[in-house]
Design a protein. Sequence first.
Length: 755
Amino acid sequence: MSQSSNNHVKLLAVACLAALLITEWRTVSAAQDAQADQPPAAQQGVPLGKFVTVHSPIDAAQLGRVKNAALTLQSAAIKQKRKAILVLEITQGSTEYHQVLGMAKFLSSVELSKVTTVAWIPKTVTGHNAIVALACNEIVMHPDAELGDVGRGKSLEDDDQRSVLSIVRKVDNLKVSPALAQGMMDPQLAVLKLSLGPAADKITETRVVSQQEAQRLRQNKEPILKDEVIWDAGITGKLTGSRARRLDVLITKTCETRLDVAETYDLSGDAMREDPALGNAPKARVIRIEGMIDPTLEAFVNRQIERAMSSGANLLIFEIDSPGGYLLPSESLALNIASLDPKRVRTVAYVPVKTYKGAYSGAAIIALGCDEIYMHPDAQIGDAGPIEMHEGGQFQHAPEKVLSPLRGKLRQLAEKKHRPPAIAEAMADKDLIVFQVTNKRQPSRIWYMTESEFEENKEEWIKGPVVPESREDNLLTVNGRRAHALKIAEPAVHDLDELKLRLGIPATDKLIVLESTWVDTAVLVLNHPVSVFLLLVFGVACLYLELHVNSGFLGIVAALCFGIFFWSKFLGGTANWLEVVLFVLGVGCLAMEIFVIPGFGVFGVSGALLLLTSLVMASQTFGNLEPNSDLKKMTETMLTLGASVGTVIALAMVMNRFLPQIPILNQMVLHPPGMSPSALADEPQLRPGSADANGIAGSPAVGQLGEVFTDLRPAGKVLLDGQYLDVVSEGPYIGRGQQVEIVSISGNRVVVREV
């Protein structure tokens, strides 16, 4: 063989080898893609599911929502080779027939051949909306709910009845026969349930038929062993869930809650949470909860939620990195998040590994208030037990009277978000033991219960091992992987990009983080103790100066200081209108005491107490479960107020001494009629009958006598040399007509005593 031939053979061999490698690579790549599309082995036996609420009236928008959810669900089911179940929660209301018919036709069409449609009727549904339930493959009802009476007491048009009956036949729901559906549309039709069989002791078939069809069967000598009337002629055709279950018609099962429906069809907790976007790209906003949780942070997060909702967001991601904080703000924030309408917004807690590496204590409670929890595999959640500080600075767990209400709140949050309440309670109760249990009818279904819960439901569950993290003298704390296994969190995610993928946010979309505005920064600064101290000092000082200086500017400044104080407390979450009302009443009482009805000090004392109460209440929240926390916070508030008052008193002493000598301000100082400015500067007082600096005789002086014109209680008026002078007694009451002597003069304050 020539050299050229050898080269050709070599080239041919190389080409064949390359072709084999390319073929193998494509095969492996296709296998990897197919494997990537498959769900984890643990989920392959769990059907895909989605709950969608069909609001009334049913219009084109409602039909679009249902179509988006159904087709998206079917696409995922085909791709993952899993069973798909679409649960439609149908509500009461009035809808045009043609709108309902459009949705019914879609539900019964071949477009949804891979999806099982289930109508969930938690409350009574009558009228045209009931047709949507008849178009589903199965119907589940609350025992007390009613379904039927499509015409609301009247018969539908014949053409409309034929359209509905064609849909019922196409759906082929074994529990809904054409006769049963027709009885719901025509009150004049009697409907019966017949038991048929070849012999008197053996039933081989049951049928739901009209009265006319039953007569025809009897004429044909069919072996009717038993007949039961469902509706008589003239009775509106509707059934309760309990009666339908007893008759074994119309419905597959009765359920009391959405969770019961999910358990019936073995659906995951994610299926019960409705996505407000329904197939569209979510409009997401990120709200960060970082550091210590206190009323100021609670108010900040609530403002951020309002801003996000007003911007049209339908997905709120709470990025939580916190060691916890005050219990009351944590509970309040968690309950507020949990109360958001799930049909308008979807709430997600994301716990990354950052400064605190998790969500502890109050932060864990906030996370439990969200619809879903996503965690980094190494992030921690739990340790939500309240603690108190004892002598020596040692922390101890709070007593049962504090723990019991917290366990109730945690159970409430867990039940609302379809998580095991026992796991949530074990985060707060260090001695609570939790068991893993398995459902007897569905061995693949695993849950977690306490001993008492298991005893109440032991006919349905099989007790398994103890959850290790719930051992005695230990607050349950788990990482992201374990949290998913205990059904309190979704499968772990490593970063925000993976979270976006899991939430259906396009990779090209940038997550918008709601940052602090200037208002939030101002509130944070103004709620600092130093800022509070300065506001109170300036406010009281300006108010004191206004009483001595003939101007309105200082009064405006004082009002501005107190206004800023209450504004910051409003937005800081510690004040409300009650505190403002008490403050205004206190100022009013003091004004009455000074200017209107001087007396024994009732108005003055009441005004001072009202002012003090309003300032204390505005500076803190009450009702915290941590022992002595309210008292400790009130002590800090009182110290701040005391320091402010002490500073103002010191400033008043300085101002009384030097204000009359200041060149500009001394012309603005108020003084009694006929008294010279020199008297306010602590200069020697003029004796009776002498002249003042301006040559005016008769200025009041120490030792001068006068007659009481109005009762001194202790303030009032004295007739002095034919002129009336405002004075104050040394303390005791002095009646009208008594002789008094001036004992001291300080500024515009003239003190007298009875002769």
